[in-house]
Design a protein around this ligand. Structure first.
Ligand SMILES: Cc1cc2nc3c(=O)[nH]c(=O)nc-3n(C[C@H](O)[C@H](O)[C@H](O)COP(=O)(O)O)c2cc1C
Length: 186
């Protein structure tokens, strides 16, 4: 697949076919991530590939965080159960970690480099016929979840990426043409 086709064809998808992704596919996609542009070549990233136990813990954590926001115990229980089911049904869940440099300027550049790595992985996944969802939110900072992912004090979980084969492909979410946001300067 041409890279431009992958850029336009990439879609965020949240539900996946019940087909696993081979570990060699995940390894190859993570190899694309490390080819991100990286000022000073700090290589600030590391990755976690969640196995069944870690996925369950992820689902439990999401469920706990979601359930906190509702008063009805039955609704809270449904949220907890669904979160676990969804986490276990996601064929692959990857965590992108950033090693936190003491210099705030470098930290910001490192964060940007990690997102460029995530985009590399997403485009590679698109070329492999996979779809994905980037996940952020309070779960990334949850102390128990961080411990389960073996994240140290000097690291941050930048994002989780869910990957799988699409059950159905959603329509693209329209974008404002760049021309409307572009000013050519003299
Ligand atoms: C930094 C970042 C965080 C995101 N976090 C979430 C998230 O927590 N949950 C989610 O459903 N999508 C998340 N997304 C995906 C966006 O919602 C998605 O890219 C957007 O709706 C456009 O759809 P598309 O990717 O199919 O073009 C995130 C994307 C980025 C770049």
């Amino acid at each position: 697949m041409d890279v431009k086709e992958a850029i336009r064809g990439r879609r965020t998808v949240k539900r996946y076919a019940a087909r696993p992704i081979h570990s060699s596919t995940l390894e190859a996609l993570l190899e694309l991530a490390v080819w991100a542009p990286n000022h000073r070549m700090t290589e600030p990233w590391s990755f976690r590939v969640l196995g069944p136990e870690a996925k369950r813990f992820y689902g439990e954590t999401l469920g706990r965080l979601r359930a906190r926001k509702v008063d009805d115990p039955a609704v809270a229980e449904t949220l907890r159960r669904r979160s676990i089911e969804n986490a276990l049904a996601t064929p692959a869940t990857l965590a992108f970690l950033q090693r936190l440099d003491p210099d705030p300027g470098i930290r910001e550049e490192d964060y940007a480099a990690i997102y460029m790595g995530i985009q590399n992985l997403l485009l590679g996944a698109t070329a492999d016929g996979l779809v994905a969802q980037v996940k952020t939110g309070p779960v990334l900072e949850d102390p128990a979840f961080r411990a389960a992912l073996d994240v140290s004090d000097g690291e941050r979980v930048v994002a989780l990426v869910h990957l799988g084969e699409a059950l159905e492909t959603p329509s693209p979410r329209p974008r404002t043409p760049a021309v409307e946001r572009t000013h050519w300067l003299a």
